[in-house]
Design a protein around this ligand. Structure first.
Ligand code: HPA
Length: 247
């Protein structure tokens, strides 16, 4: 049986705690090694597959993630919907730490990442449509689920994908805000466009874990980031379970 939903967990979601694990497989493909074993899980009898983007343990920095191998492996398993989980910094006023956000747009500030499947052995040049980078059907489904579960989240935002692994300067965040971005993270691209290239529906659930650089007086530390993760990820996991069951 092919598996419809793939879940890519980021910082703070290294595994699907409390969910029935069926099997795990180390996978590599023509693009290299997948970040971590692909874990087959069953949620209320519905199978899904989980992948920890930064490896297990959490050692692969955002610019070193093999996004192509990861997305290709999920496609090979038959996945046609990806729910990605990303932690982000909050830029605009409503994006305070602890907020869950479902972005609808993205601006890519990353560089030097392997970012396309369409560069070799082509019969002709391919340009995918990326006007709306996230799948609206999956977004609407998650919006409906969040309402029924009484999980509050912001259903629209523009995500800035930065290179990392360092955090941004205050001036960079001012520029990114002027560009129209609400949240900033390091893993949104090229994951979203690679999924589109392989015709996989893709949605991202973001958890704000700090104010972006220059937006508060606090120094951004890993401790600060982790202090917002536990309760936020618990809520996100509930949304994901419902989404898998309703697929
Ligand atoms: N910037 C970039 N990526 C992030 C941040 C941030 O402030 N917080 C969590 N991931």
């Amino acid at each position: 049986m092919s598996i419809s939903t793939g879940i890519i967990g980021g910082t703070g979601l290294q595994s699907l705690n409390g969910i029935n694990e069926l099997s795990r497989n180390n996978v590599s493909n023509r693009y290299g090694n997948v970040s971590a074993p692909l874990i087959n899980v069953s949620i209320n009898g519905i199978e899904a597959v989980f992948l920890a983007r930064h490896g297990t343990p959490h050692t692969i920095p955002p610019h070193k993630v093999n996004y192509r191998a990861n997305i290709y492996a999920l496609k090979e398993m038959g996945v046609n919907n990806i729910i990605s989980v990303n932690v982000v910094g909050g830029i605009t006023k409503s994006m305070s730490p602890g907020t869950i956000v479902l972005p609808h747009q993205i601006i890519d500030y990353t560089y030097s990442r392997e970012h396309t499947f369409f560069e070799e052995n082509l019969e002709s040049v391919v340009h995918i449509d990326f006007t709306n980078p996230y799948c609206n059907k999956l977004r609407n489904q998650l919006i409906a689920i969040s309402k029924s579960q009484k999980v509050t989240f912001i259903p629209k935002a523009t995500y800035a994908a930065t290179q990392g692994p360092r955090l941004e300067t205050a001036a960079e965040i001012r520029r990114i805000e002027n560009d129209g971005c609400d949240i900033v993270g390091m893993t949104g691209m090229p994951e979203a466009s690679l999924a589109r290239e392989l015709d996989i529906n893709y949605v991202s659930i973001c958890l704000v874990v700090n104010w972006a650089a220059g937006k508060s007086d606090e120094i951004i530390t890993m401790e600060l980031i982790h202090s917002h993760i536990e309760s936020g990820m618990r809520k996100i996991l509930e949304l994901i379970k419902m989404a898998v069951i309703n697929q």
